[in-house]
Ligand binder design. Structure first.
Ligand code: GLN
Ligand code: ZN
Length: 754
């Protein structure tokens, strides 16, 4: 008998109860006991759902009040000493590590592999020592065991935990044994509690690991030869077959592999699976929202079941943390599109059906299989998915010039003659403060309390205000301020064909922050201009150039749930064509500067280096396709932020934007060094102040940063701008900060032209 299980369930609740509880606790509106109550309720709900879906285990240890990596810091007694915690950690202490407190900044946060989830980075140093602090972990396990006999706790493995940490003054691997020893102690305790199986996640197998790290597994897991539950080693997000030799030599009892991302690893794993091991087959996509093709999954699973019997486990590819919770509350979603989707709860049902089919035969679930088949079939052939004209246009791309008409050096002359900008031109990244009035107006419009003309008039007033402010500040290249946009992807998605939106499709990004990625379900095209009227209006108010502001194809792709029935790059090219149409219309409408934002460009990089080239090739192509319709005289900007640029500089240069603005103030312009060494040929606007804080940067600070910048990049190539958009700021500090920025630009101009 095969069984089903999951690696983890979303924590946030069907309607984001966790977020509201966290925030209420932070605001002092909810007590610690109240917060714990909410957590307990959520866990119980999640376990009940797993139980009802007939899973072989309910999974415990996946719930967290902020982040599971932070929970491991607590579990293994590695709270940074700088916080000075004494005695058992309170809720306040816990959140202080994640969010900072009066005395100490928060611990660092970074992206969890190539997902949009962010984890808290453990801080290690020479004084770090590990000890078990398992009170919460074990009491949650007790809760689970009261509900169900078969509980499978999950732990992030010791090697991944160390690898994902940041160590100062100590070699991480020197801490390996003492950490693994504590894991072994915890496993002993689990064994004592009659836990039969535990899941140990080692997601770093998805990365390019060097020998030292690969060997670390053997050393760490040698500690686990004592009394312990059976161990399922879980990998995900990539093909890990290349590390098979290392994995199969570990003293564990099974492996989970991601067959949604990397179905090709099944064959090598079947060949090499040790005789007594369980194989957990991750056939349901844990990162996307599409209904599973159950027939296809059964085709994969049936031979496995025949071969492995009860050693076959069926699972989603990774934790369901990365999908929204349930379709149950989606009342506005088109019913046909809804029938194509599966969120976490629907995936539990799919597991149930698959396992029933395996154990009792297809007949046992004939109705469910027929229903699934019909939905998959309908989606496959739906005219809503397939737009003939879009496919034809894509097929004819060889007739499109994907490069600008002339090389940058020549365009530069044309643009400079047209725009007549001073040395070190000043600009901003796009958004201005999203004030309470703006948000109120948008909410009223959404609710139907105000008519569309009223809403548009309101937005025009905010745009006019932003233009006046920028003129008063004497900024050179203006923006309209993006008042009409709630989100840079949603705003465009809503106007493009092929996009759908959910009401509750939230996914945790970090802590209490959730995002609701739109769904690209069909061929994407632009039925009509999206920003042209707004851009024309803004430009009509001033004689200075106002940037047309677009979101780039790679970012649109990266921040949406995307189709699984065509390669990502095909969707990216469709998006690129839609944006290309907009660029063309904008320039025809007299917009001389157009910015195509790509903040998510680097996020798309594959986890394994061997795949970088292929990604960068199509990502650059998509950007260029969107931009290359611009005449020489139209200045194309792009913007990227909060990422490493150095290792992808050739790709950034190949995008051939006339101007790139980047976030550099956090690193005190260090990020610019790479551009300097690379001799980045086009113009660059390094960010001169952090936009996350209301703090107004002084003239000296900005000046110092720009002085560093001119040491690295020729002054003729430089612009001056903030790090990123200003929508989270208030006008008061924005005005003051930009005023200082413009003053510095003027001083430097004088100095350089004197
Ligand atoms: N134009 C966008 C803004 O200013 C860019 C945001 C971003 O980089 N994430 O808000
Ligand atoms: Zn940005």
């Amino acid at each position: 008998m095969a069984i089903a299980h999951i690696l983890g369930y979303p924590r946030i609740g069907e309607k984001r109860a966790l977020k509201f509880a966290q925030e209420a606790f932070w605001n002092g509106e909810l007590t610690a006991a109240g917060l714990q109550e909410v957590g307990k309720g959520l866990r119980e709900q999640h376990w009940n759902k797993q139980q009802q879906a007939g899973l072989g285990f309910i999974t415990a240890g996946d719930f967290t009040f902020y982040d599971h990596v932070l929970d491991h810091v607590v579990l293994f007694g590695a709270a940074p000493a700088r916080f000075g915690f004494k005695g058992p950690l309170s809720e306040q202490d816990y959140f202080a590590m994640a969010r900072g407190n009066k005395a100490q900044p928060a611990m660092e946060m970074t992206k969890w592999f190539d997902t949009n989830y962010h984890y808290i980075v453990p801080e290690l140093n020479a004084d770090t020592s590990f000890s078990i602090n398992a009170h919460d972990f074990l009491s949650r396990l007790d809760e689970a065991q009261k509900l169900n006999k078969s509980v499978k706790p999950v732990l992030l493995g010791p090697v991944s935990l160390l690898y994902l940490s940041k160590a100062k003054g100590v070699d991480k691997l020197s801490l390996l044994d003492s950490l693994a020893e504590q894991y072994a102690n915890l496993l002993k305790e689990l064994h004592h509690r009659k836990i039969e199986w535990a899941q140990i996640d080692e997601p770093i197998f998805a990365l390019d690991l060097d020998d030292a790290w690969l060997k670390a597994f053997e050393r760490a897991y040698a500690w686990f030869r004592t009394s312990r539950p059976k161990l399922l080693l879980a990998t995900y997000f990539a093909n890990v077959a290349r590390y098979q030799g290392y994995i199969t030599s570990l003293p564990v009892d099974g492996v989970h592999i991601d067959l949604a991302r990397a179905p090709e690893q099944l064959a090598p794993w079947l060949n090499a699976l040790p005789g007594h091991w369980v194989l957990s087959a991750g056939v349901i996509d844990g990162r996307n929202i599409w209904r599973n093709d159950l027939d296809k999954s059964l085709e994969t699973l049936q031979p496995l079941a025949a071969k492995l019997g009860e050693r076959l486990w069926v699972a989603p590819s990774c934790s369901l943390l990365h999908t929204p919770v349930t379709l149950a509350h989606e009342e506005k979603l088109d019913v046909e599109i809804k029938s194509w989707l599966a969120f976490a709860d629907q995936k539990l049902q799919e597991l149930n059906i698959l396992v029933k089919a395996l154990n009792e035969g297809d007949e046992a679930v004939a109705t469910q299989l027929a229903e699934s088949r019909a939905a998959v079939q309908a989606r496959h052939s739906s005219p809503r998915v397939h737009a003939v004209a879009v496919k034809a246009r894509l097929a004819a791309l060889d007739k499109v010039n994907e490069d600008r008409a002339h090389a940058y050096a020549e365009r530069r002359k044309t643009q400079h003659e047209k725009l007549k900008l001073p040395l070190l031109p000043t600009t901003t990244i796009g958004s201005f403060p999203q004030t309470a009035e703006i948000r109120a107006s948008r909410a009223a419009f959404k609710k139907g309390d105000i008519a569309v003309n009223q809403y548009e008039a309101d937005m025009q007033a905010h745009i006019a205000y932003a233009i006046r402010e920028q003129e008063a500040l004497d900024i050179d290249v203006l923006v309209h301020g993006e008042a009409e946009r709630n989100d840079m992807v949603e705003y465009f998605g809503e106007q493009l064909a092929g996009y759908a939106f959910t009401q509750h499709g939230w996914v945790q990004s970090y802590g209490s922050r959730c995002v609701k990625p739109p769904v690209i379900y069909g061929d994407v095209y632009r039925p009509q201009p999206m920003t042209v009227e707004t851009a024309k209006y803004a430009q009509s108010l001033t004689s200075r150039p106002v940037k047309g502001m677009l979101t780039g194809p790679v970012t649109m792709l990266q921040w949406s749930f995307v189709r699984d029935d065509q390669p990502r790059q095909t969707t990216a090219l469709q998006l690129a064509l839609a944006i290309r149409d907009e660029v063309d219309d904008l320039q025809r409408a007299g917009i001389a500067v157009i910015q195509i934002d790509e903040p998510a460009f680097r996020e798309g990089l594959p986890l394994q280096g061997a795949e970088w080239k292929q990604y960068l090739t199509w990502a650059v192509r998509a950007f260029k396709l969107s931009a290359s319709v611009a005449d020489d005289s139209t200045q194309i900007h792009t913007h990227m932020c909060y990422s490493e640029f150095n290792d992808i500089l050739p790709a950034i240069a190949a995008m051939d934007a006339d101007v790139i603005t980047i976030e550099t103030s956090r690193s005190h312009m260090e990020l610019l060094d790479g551009f300097g060494e690379f001799k980045y040929p086009n113009e660059i606007g390094p960010g001169v102040y952090d936009i996350h804080s209301p703090r107004v940067p002084s003239e000296q600070e900005i000046r110092r940063l720009m002085q560093r910048a001119v040491e690295v990049v020729p002054v003729e190539q430089l612009w001056i701008n903030p790090d990123c958009g200003l929508k989270t700021r208030a006008w008061e500090e924005t005005r003051a900060a930009l005023d200082n920025m413009v003053k510095v630009a003027k001083q430097l101009r004088q100095e350089f032209t004197a």
